[in-house]
Design a protein around this ligand. Structure first.
Ligand code: G1P
Length: 256
């Protein structure tokens, strides 16, 4: 366990993917900007991070993603018009998206070489602190309070924490799969191994890693030495496998 554990205040949101699964909707629009009810999907993710006290949000973007920055920026002319028209509720909804009450930063991935590679782009900004990673493809019910629980487990263990969800065996090949062990008296599990998108018959369990992570900064060092894996991409799951079997400072992986 780490000797000094700093509180978690930074969230990283990888958003550089090409969104090919959603074509043609994502031909000219980033998939993160596709609306879910009344707001773009990315807004739910930023709201979730800020609700968990992670006010420093770094988005990893790329080409054709400028709409993301625009969405969280001020539009004075629109605000003024809504104010003049007395459209107070709409004005409030627009103002609420201005930086979301947090501090938003952007860095580009350039060459999308996988989730692990995207997370590595956050190294300079994050520094030597634990941080969260939120993937925009998974939307979490706000009643769950998942991220806060994960932060708390990270602080207690000093390691890295993944969110797990049981899925039908045949669905596991769409996710990272975790081998787990219970920890006596705790409400989290120890992750003893991870495999990225295994065939159902090779999966260590039907516990899928969903898109929320609270990571020890040790992950950066490991990612720098992680060779491309599944799909020729640098996989975060592979770096977490290395951390799961390690016993040093900042190592160990836990599941909520
Ligand atoms: C990524 C991760 C995978 C994880 C999934 C959760 O895969 O690589 O381990 O289970 O997110 O959404 P992707 O869906 O980006 O291919």
């Amino acid at each position: 366990m780490a000797t000094e554990i700093k509180s978690v205040t930074k969230a990283v949101i990888p958003a550089a993917g090409l969104g090919t699964r959603f074509l043609p909707a994502t031909k000219a629009t980033p998939k993160e900007m596709l609306p879910v009810v009344d707001r773009p999907a990315i807004q739910y993710v930023v709201e979730e991070a800020i609700r968990a006290g992670l006010n420093d949000v770094l988005m990893i973007t790329g080409r054709n993603k400028r709409a993301l920055e625009d969405h969280f920026d001020r539009v004075p002319v629109l605000e003024q018009q809504l104010a003049e028209q007395g459209k107070d509720a709409l004005l409030a909804s627009v103002v609420a998206t201005n930086e979301m009450g947090g501090d938003l930063h952007y860095v580009r991935q350039g060459d999308p070489k996988g989730l692990g590679h995207a997370v590595l782009r956050a190294k300079r900004h994050v520094g030597d602190e634990a941080f969260a990673v939120l993937l925009g493809d998974d939307l979490i019910d706000e009643k769950e309070d998942l991220l806060s629980r994960m932060v708390e487990v990270q602080q207690r263990t000093g390691g890295s924490v993944v969110a797990l969800m049981e899925v039908p065996r045949e669905a596991i090949s769409a996710y990272g799969a975790a081998a787990i062990e219970t920890v006596a008296g705790e409400d989290f599990v120890k992750v003893t191994g991870l495999v990225e998108k295994p065939e159902p018959e090779q999966a260590p369990s039907n516990y899928a890693v969903i898109g929320r992570y609270v990571l020890s900064p040790k992950v950066f060092e490991v990612l720098e030495n992680t060779a491309p894996g599944r799909g020729g991409e640098i996989q975060l799951t592979d770096a977490l496998q290395t951390l799961a079997v390690g016993e040093g400072d900042g190592e160990g992986v836990y599941g909520v």
